[in-house]
Design a protein around this ligand. Structure first.
Ligand code: HEM
Length: 380
């Protein structure tokens, strides 16, 4: 990791202020939502350009009026009725993973629940709901983590080059998938977007965001929830979480205190004011949506707050901002919550009375993403 000394963002933590920013998209644009936190080097850019990698604004970073129609089209794949209808399938996949995890635990004496139960069900469900082929899942998972680090992390120059290469591979795989899906007879998201008039680069841009955001963030939420349950630190025991109501309680608690997406970005689109203070056009803003583990900026720089691990670990957001708010609010909120509750329920039911084998795992800690990289459990 390179040393980062200055916070380039105006950090907003007060929930009412955060909500106001998210509800004034004309003043506070999402145009910077997908920009690399660590600027890409010339060499990294050339690797991406060679792969014709481009992220034109389509959905999450689209500040233009075309956002509404694209959002409506994507939302059609995740309506409350469609999400509810997926519950049996989510339960089936969760049960299968939990049974396989129990077997592994029996055979090896321990099991990493991130790989065994958190990683795959959200990816399978997302691809099925989008009408896309379920394939190359281990690749998709590895690419997702690499791209999150490339765009939301602080890689040193050598690591940035490695990540640019895997992002280029991911993008090439995605372009193939888009071309195939657009020509497919079955209904699917990419064909619907093409019928709506989006170009291939626009569909790839949306696909790049959605294929990561639509599953890796849920994997991360499941991971943190299982970790806190196994740790026994949140007032709900591992065994209690096999009831649906308790599983929901712990998931909501984690969503408020240390969600997988604890922050998001906006940029001032014009000179404006916030709480009576002037904000200049171009100022970049980091809104805190939930409690988080802090950022690597030195104490006092930019935020006037101490930096580092553990800061505000337990500070909940009273208004449930975990999925954002306003016209860009997460389209997968209901699905992500349902998946997490069901996986947690089925896992705690199938692996009764386990204990945390490694109480201090490595954590993924990026500007806008956080989760334990492993949740290793064993029999007591
Ligand atoms: C725990 C899991 C998840 C978390 C914490 C999360 C969080 C977020 C956040 C904070 C935003 C930005 C909101 C804003 O700017 O106001 C967002 C946007 C979005 N999310 Fe999620 N998300 C999750 C899972 C999902 C899933 C499963 C899907 C789809 C299958 C999804 C699809 C989207 C889309 C399409 C947007 C952009 C919406 C727009 O710009 O109009 N997310 N998400």
């Amino acid at each position: 990791m390179s040393t980062v000394t200055t916070c380039p963002y105006k950090v907003l933590r007060d929930p009412d202020t955060v909500r106001e920013v998210l509800h004034r998209p004309g003043d506070f644009s999402p145009a910077n939502a997908l920009l690399a936190v660590t600027p890409l080097s010339g060499q990294a850019l050339r690797i991406l350009q060679k792969a014709r990698f481009a992220l034109p604004p389509v959905l999450a970073s689209n500040a233009s009026p075309s956002h509404a129609a694209t959002r409506k089209l994507v939302a059609g794949f995740f309506t409350p009725a469609k999400v509810a209808a997926m519950e049996p399938r989510i339960r089936q996949l969760s049960r299968e993973s939990a049974a396989a995890a129990a077997q592994l635990l029996g055979a090896a004496g321990n099991v990493d629940l991130v790989q065994a139960v958190a990683a795959y069900p959200p990816a399978v469900i997302m691809l099925e709901m989008l009408g896309l082929p379920v394939r190359d899942l281990p690749q998709l998972k590895a690419w997702s983590l690499d791209s999150l680090e490339l765009f939301w992390g602080w890689p040193d120059p050598a690591r940035q080059l490695e990540l640019a290469h895997t992002a280029a591979d991911f993008y090439a795989w995605l372009r193939e998938l888009v071309l195939e899906a657009v020509a497919a007879p079955e209904p699917n998201l990419f064909r619907a977007l093409a019928d709506h008039g989006l170009s291939t680069p626009e569909i790839c841009s949306l696909g790049y965001f959605l294929l990561i955001a639509g599953q890796e963030t849920t994997t991360q939420l499941i991971s943190t929830t299982l970790f806190r349950l196994a740790e026994g630190s949140r007032g709900i025991s591992w065994d209690e979480a096999s009831s649906g109501a308790k599983a929901r309680d712990i998931v909501r608690h984690v969503l408020a205190t240390e969600s997988s997406v604890p922050t998001w970005r906006r940029v001032a689109a014009r000179d404006t004011e916030l709480n009576g203070e002037p904000i200049l056009a171009g100022e970049e803003i980091l809104v805190e949506l939930t409690g988080n583990h802090g950022f690597p900026w030195a104490a006092g720089e930019g935020t006037g707050e101490p930096a580092g691990e553990g800061r505000d670990h337990h500070r909940p957001t009273p208004y449930g901002l975990a999925f954002g708010s306003g016209i860009h609010r997460c389209l997968g909120a209901k699905l992500a919550e349902l998946e997490t509750v069901v996986v947690v329920q089925e896992t705690t039911a199938a692996l009764k009375g386990v204990r945390l084998q490694d109480p201090n795992p490595e954590w993924l800690r990026l500007l806008s993403f956080q989760a334990p990289r492993t949740v290793s459990v064993a029999h007591p």
